[in-house]
Design a protein around this ligand. Structure first.
Ligand SMILES: [Zn+2]
Length: 665
């Protein structure tokens, strides 16, 4: 804080005595009330969601069915649904594998089957579905249905392998999940299974088999589990300090797990997109699939701007918020009030909040008042909590939520970053966050010596294989209602001066790293690039502040130039939630009139509109026109995922789409 600010609050001893005498009674009552309020404060305590209801068969209303075995102890079938939502393919329903038969399945153009041991009746039901022209995509299919896929089971499995596509980009992608061995017996190999980056196993990772009208795709590994292992790290490394920087952090779960040569690639997203491409391929003449874009409007990536502040003065924070605003952005503050404030400080703060006697309590630390925080929130910034968890995750979260309440900052916003990004278990921290009312964390944080490449360089990128948010999944395949959003650009990793950063760069060098990362994101590695810019530094001529400022303004300037919105985590959460819950229903393709119809339903908050991507060509026909709620709209033609789409932006709520393609006689 500044000296002048301190002086303006200074009072004379005489004034203090006069005021003090008349204040005593009111103060006593107020202090007691404040103490009671703090002691009786109950932090949120939210029960985890009820297990997904699979007791009854749903009417087939969506084109995609995911079959989940309710008897399996650790199926990642529900998470496969999260993978589809992440890719904007929200037109699916989850059904109970034990309740299916051929007649029921034929109403679905495509059926997805996670690993499952099949009963003879289930195997017959699935075989009948494909024989009648269905499209089945299965992971590690049971030997009983291997012939459907044109494969034969073979000996052995491969652990810690790689996937190499036959066509196109042949960059090896990691497979953490165990892969089963099959020998092709008529199937075409889409991708091969490798032992390491350069040695083939001789077995396929993905195959495609088409016989008459039936189509069957085989994944030798559990794609959903693999994406979870890529994003959330190695469960066997939980609660271990592996990276050479003190403290158990989420990034410790990636040591000897992430192949650093692949950090520039969003490996998990790429495998999910390969999966979606195969879905589109087996439906290539049956149904055009619209999908939701990752970002608001036409943006191809986005900046999430955050900064931790440890009991920092309001003036330090205000400086960063004004910088964000000068680039048209908004920022999130993750704030740590002193958890255990001394009795005198508490008394002083209580006095400061008294309407008539506030001048009695000179502001000595310049920390934000509740009025200042209110102003920041009204300007569109986010003010969230930054809990210390050295004495336990839940203990820390509760203690800091109480301190937030005590200091007049409650309610804390629904996103969070844990102090020192300490992480517990594989998903224990996420469980506590869900219980305490948080919905998104930015705890997966690129920092430390383990991110140094063999050649000594410090690569930037996507250590969780993605720059996009997904909900956490636990060891048993249950979804935790908290999104994981990685932090790729932390000042304390890149900058030489701020907190002695590992990469040792100056402000301009670190800004260049960020610009190159943004370029790669815009070039197909679409990401919400999350920035950590600590707000603990006094705006002065000192190098620490100047380098951090140079770095931040370099990032924000480039983001503005390249069309990336600069959002708070809370805004990004609101958008992510609406997109996650949006539905594309009633998809119908009339091949005679070459018309695709569907409903888009996105209940909820007034956030930036979602973009719906509609294939610009389907089955050799060009898209002719689009009507939304009977109004003609012009879809902006743009490329994504290596193909052309018509982009239509729609506000939340419910809209009816009619899309006409060329009629071929
Ligand atoms: Zn911290």
């Amino acid at each position: 804080m500044t000296g002048s600010n301190r002086a303006s609050h200074r009072i004379s001893r005489r004034a203090f005595l006069i005021g003090g005498a008349s204040a005593a009674a009111a103060l006593g009552a107020y202090t007691l009330a404040g103490w009671i309020a703090e002691e009786t404060y109950q932090p949120p305590s939210i029960d985890s969601a009820a297990p997904f209801d699979l007791s009854r068969r749903g009417a087939p209303t969506q084109p995609i069915a995911i079959l989940v075995d309710p008897n399996s102890a650790d199926s990642f079938g529900l998470y496969l649904g999260e993978v589809l939502r992440s890719e904007g393919l929200n037109a699916f329903q989850i059904e109970n594998l034990t309740l299916i038969d051929t007649g029921y399945l034929t109403d679905f153009p495509i059926v997805l089957l996670p690993p499952a041991q099949l009963s003879p009746a289930q195997a017959v039901g699935l075989a009948g579905y494909v024989a009648q022209g269905g499209a089945l995509m299965a992971m590690q299919p049971d030997a009983a249905i291997a012939p459907i896929f044109g494969i034969r089971p073979a000996e052995g499995t491969t652990s810690a392998g790689y996937l190499v596509a036959r066509d196109g980009d042949r960059t090896p992608l990691q497979i953490h999940a165990e892969a089963a061995h099959y020998a092709p017996d008529g199937a075409a190999v889409i991708a091969e299974l490798y032992h390491d980056r350069s040695t083939a196993t001789g077995f396929p990772a993905i195959t495609l088999f088409e016989r008459e009208r039936g189509r069957a795709v085989m994944f030798a590994y559990d794609l959903a589990r693999n994406i979870a292992l890529m994003r959330q790290g190695n469960p066997a490394a939980a609660n271990q300090d592996r990276d050479g920087a003190e403290g158990n952090r989420a990034n410790d779960l990636f040591v000897n797990w992430l192949d650093l040569d692949n950090i520039h690639i969003p490996q998990a997203d790429r495998q999910a997109r390969l999966f979606v491409k195969l879905i589109e391929n087996v439906l290539r003449d049956r149904l055009p699939l619209p999908r939701l874009w990752y970002f608001p409007g036409a943006a191809h990536s986005l900046i999430v701007l955050t900064g931790d502040a440890h009991a920092a003065p309001a003036s330090f924070i205000e400086d960063t918020l004004q910088t964000a605003e000068s680039f048209g952005g908004r920022a999130t503050v993750y704030y740590s009030p002193p958890a255990d404030d001394g009795a005198l400080n508490q008394l002083r703060r209580l006095v400061a909040r008294l309407p008539l006697f506030g001048w009695l309590a000179p502001d000595r630390d310049g920390r934000p008042t509740s009025e200042v925080v209110k102003d920041w929130r009204e300007r569109g910034h986010e003010f969230g909590v930054h809990p210390y968890v050295e004495d336990g995750v839940d203990e820390g979260y509760v203690r800091f939520l109480r301190a937030f309440h005590r200091d007049g900052y409650a309610p804390a916003s629904p996103t969070v970053r844990t102090h020192r990004i300490l992480w517990s278990g594989w998903v224990e921290t996420a469980r506590v966050q869900a219980k305490r009312g948080f919905r998104m964390n930015v705890d997966y944080y690129h920092i430390g010596p383990a991110f140094r490449a063999a050649d000594g360089s410090w690569p930037a990128g996507h250590f969780i294989g993605s720059g996009l948010p997904m909900k956490f999944v636990d060891e048993r395949g249950q979804i935790i209602d908290v999104y994981q959003q990685p932090t790729q650009l932390a000042d304390e990793h890149w900058l030489a001066t701020t907190y002695r950063g590992w990469a040792g760069l100056d402000g301009e060098q670190a800004a260049q790293v960020a610009r190159e990362l943004i370029d790669r994101c815009l070039d197909g590695a679409y990401a919400a690039v999350t920035v950590q810019h600590h707000m603990d530094f006094e705006p002065t001529d000192q190098p620490d502040y100047q380098h951090a400022k140079r770095w931040l303004t370099g990032i924000l300037d480039y983001a503005r130039e390249r069309g990336l919105p600069i959002w708070t985590t809370e805004h990004w959460l609101a958008f992510t939630d609406v997109r996650h819950d949006a539905a594309l229903t009633g998809l119908h393709w009339d091949s005679t009139s070459a018309t695709l119809s569907f409903m888009f339903e996105a209940p909820g908050a007034a956030v930036e509109p979602l973009s719906i991507l509609i294939p610009a060509t389907f089955d050799g026909r060009r898209l002719v026109d689009i009507r939304v709620d009977d109004q003609a709209v012009v879809g902006r033609i743009d490329r994504a995922h290596g193909q052309e789409y018509a982009w239509v932006t729609a506000a939340a709520e419910s809209h009816r789409f009619l899309v006409n393609y060329e009629v071929v006689s």
